[in-house]
Design a protein around this ligand. Structure first.
Ligand code: G6P
Length: 368
């Protein structure tokens, strides 16, 4: 694996465009495409017998875990306890040896995540690690290692590791559902087929949205604050969008659950703060659109990241509408990550920041 930028200006750009390829590696590690089933690599934890799942991680990996929570609860009916590792390790939460614990870490070396792992181990839980670096400390100290197969990630702002973490978590959640009898053989086949389509759709989406994201970045670069909104799995994605933008462009950004808008951030809405609404045409769509209406009514400028069905269904005026292809719900978080990454990337490039090595940040944080 040669680690250079190839034809790209930055590692981050290269890593964004590598996603279709690395995601397909990740998926083929966990799935049997000949039979459209989840394979044995996803069942190194016996999810059938666990009473609950505790997840701990930091930064982008934590946000991947939050999306994973929706999947484990929905597909495997497994209650999930999740927290950032720096809180998890000190919460003194009661844990049962019947629970399993998952630690998500690109580097496998993050100090707080490792401390959470050791806390769970001391409590007798079965330990799983979703890691990129398979020789890492977190991988070594775990009972089961679930590699994300992303290849080396150099850009400090995580991109391909995030979507590969999601692909692995989706596979594990479906596998857990199969083991627990909450996902039928037919559902499993359907979901695996939908995931198998993802690399192809990702390539298409990257080409489709790039020009629009580049031109929008000029608009964003003038702003001091940006608000991202989403519901369901789009809520953690809103937080990831905000995190990516602040990390590399230094623009203040916040990700909020769309339903929480009226409990605070609505006070900030004016024509100077763009609101990026992430809303595939899913079962939450109408609810999110009514939040968007509250933004529009106060003169807020909306960047609407949706799909073709969503674009057709909403008549609200927007600064820009990004209409992705309609995709199945299980792959939407990975597909919708792409415009979010590109928007942050192009904004940072436009502003001239050090995209791959943003100030004050480190790729791997091995101290508390
Ligand atoms: C640092 C990096 C982030 C990363 C986080 C967790 O803050 O800058 O990109 O998400 O650490 O790192 P890990 O290696 O545990 O995923």
């Amino acid at each position: 694996y040669v680690v250079d930028k190839g034809n790209h200006r930055h590692f981050m750009e290269k890593e964004i465009y590598e996603q279709p390829e690395v995601i397909s590696h990740a998926l083929s590690h966990y799935m049997n495409f000949a039979e459209n089933t989840i394979g044995s690599n996803a069942s190194e934890i016996d999810f059938k017998s666990v009473s609950g799942l505790a997840i701990s991680a930091c930064g982008t990996a934590y946000l991947a875990g939050l999306i994973g929570k929706y999947w484990f609860e929905r597909y495997a009916r497994l209650p999930v306890e999740i927290d950032v590792a720096s809180e998890f390790r000190y919460r003194e939460m009661p844990l049962q040896p019947s629970q399993a614990a998952l630690f998500i870490s690109q580097s496998g070396e993050t100090a707080d995540t490792l401390a959470s792992l050791r806390y769970c181990k001391d409590n007798g839980l079965k330990i799983g690690a979703v890691v990129n670096v398979q020789e890492s400390t977190i991988a070594r100290e775990s009972d089961a290692v679930f590699p994300i197969m992303a290849g080396p990630e150099i850009g400090v702002a995580s991109t391909k590791a995030f979507t590969c973490q999601l692909a692995v978590l989706a596979s594990l959640a479906i596998g857990a559902g199969k083991a627990r009898g909450t996902v039928s053989a037919d559902e499993e086949k359907g979901l695996v087929r939908q995931l198998a389509e993802m690399p192809r759709i990702m390539s298409r989406v990257l080409n489709l949205v790039q020009p629009q994201m580049e031109s929008l970045s000029r608009e964003l670069s003038k702003c001091r604050d940006v608000l991202y909104l989403g519901r369901g799995t789009s809520f953690p994605l809103a937080m990831e969008g905000a995190l990516k933008l602040k990390e590399i462009s230094y623009i203040h950004a916040e990700g909020y659950a769309a339903g929480e808008l009226k409990h605070g951030p609505i006070a900030l809405i004016d024509e100077n703060m763009p609101v990026i609404v992430i809303a595939p045409y899913d079962r939450f769509f109408e609810k999110t659109v009514s939040n968007m209406q509250e933004v529009a009514a106060r003169g807020g400028r909306i960047i609407f990241i949706t799909d073709e069905a969503g674009a057709a269904a909403s008549k609200l005026p927007t600064l820009a509408t990004i209409a992705l292809p309609n995709v199945p719900e299980i792959i939407a978080p990975m597909i919708f990550s792409l415009p979010i990454q590109l928007l942050a990337y192009h904004t940072a490039v436009f502003m001239g920041t050090d995209v791959d090595q943003p100030r004050n940040l480190a790729k791997s944080v091995t101290v508390e």
